[in-house]
Design a protein around this ligand. Structure first.
Ligand SMILES: [Zn+2]
Length: 169
C-alpha cells in the first residue's frame, strides 16, 4: 500500500519542508577595507542558494513550484551577472565607474558575501511581502502560497567559503 498523504497528515505539524533553488553567476567585487588582495577588483563564480520553508504542501503537492521561485529572484541574479559590486562610499568609486556600466553599489558596506546574502534576502523578502504572484515570460501565472517563508540565502564565494543570512523566527 502506498503512502496516504492526506490533509490530516499535512496538518500534523511534526516538521516542515524546505526547498531550494541554486543559481550560478559570474560576478566581480572590490572590498575597499580589506588589508590584502581582496581590495583589488576581482571575480568569483558565485553559487547562490535560495531556501524556502513551508509546513504544508499546495494543491500540486509542492511547497512552491521551483519555477515560481526562479521567476521571483531571476532579475536579482541577472543584476549581479558580470557586474562589479562596490561599497557606495568607496573612495575609488568614480574611477571604478569608468571601467564598467554594471556597477552595483552597496550602501554602507563592502560587498562581502555576508552583505550580498543579506541584500538578496531583504530584496526577496520584500517581494514576498508585496505579492506572491509571479508570471512567466510565456504568461503563465504562479502563486507562492501564503505561509511559505524565505528561510535563508547562502552565497558561495569560492568552493570552500560561504556566508548566509537566515531569517528570524
Ligand atoms: Zn572576493
Amino acid at each position: 500500500m502506498g503512502l496516504r498523504y492526506t490533509p490530516a497528515v499535512r496538518r500534523r505539524g511534526l516538521g516542515f519542508f524546505r526547498i531550494a533553488k541554486v543559481f550560478e553567476v559570474e560576478y566581480g567585487h572590490r572590498l575597499s577595507k580589506h588589508p590584502e588582495r581582496c581590495r583589488f577588483p576581482h571575480g568569483h563564480r558565485l553559487r547562490l542558494e535560495i531556501v524556502l520553508r513551508g509546513e504544508r504542501l499546495d494543491a500540486n503537492d509542492m511547497v512552491c513550484d521551483y519555477k515560481a521561485l526562479k521567476l521571483l529572484v531571476l532579475d536579482l541574479v541577472e543584476r549581479l551577472d558580470h557586474a562589479l559590486a562596490i561599497n557606495a562610499d568607496d573612495p575609488k568609486r568614480e574611477a571604478l565607474a569608468t571601467m564598467t556600466e554594471r556597477l552595483v553599489p552597496f550602501e554602507g558596506t563592502d560587498p562581502t558575501s555576508e552583505a550580498l546574502a543579506r541584500w538578496l534576502f531583504d530584496a526577496i523578502a520584500a517581494r514576498l511581502a508585496k505579492g506572491r504572484r509571479v508570471v512567466s515570460p510565456g504568461g503563465t501565472a504562479y502563486t507562492i502560497p501564503e505561509g511559505v517563508e524565505l528561510e535563508r540565502v547562502r552565497v558561495w564565494e569560492t568552493a570552500t567559503s560561504w556566508a548566509e543570512y537566515v531569517g528570524g523566527p
